[in-house]
Design a protein around this ligand. Sequence first.
Ligand code: FES
Length: 111
Amino acid sequence: MRNFSITLRPHGDELSCQERETVLAALLRNGYRVFYGCTGGGCGVCKMLLASGLVEHGRCSKAVLTDDERSRGYFLSCKATPVADLEIEIREINRLEKLEPVRKISCDSLE
Ligand code: FES
């Protein structure tokens, strides 16, 4: 199975995306929180802008991702899968946050 890299602009964070994994799934798996809705290509809430690279768009409504938007680099992160390494322009509307890793604490001290 092939892995692709996704670089988030302007932060510069880099994460991995597995072959046939959606960009949204890769973000969530790598500990990011991002704004999304239906996860079915129907609402457009997860729309992102590709700075470089190439995605397979998957099935999505032309009402929420027009041909003009596609040609300008927009894609729906819940449906799009990389076919090359990607650079994504993260915008305020994406509300991206990096979650802190879960810390394990010992229960031994709770006696
Ligand atoms: S979350 Fe609705 S189109 Fe992606």
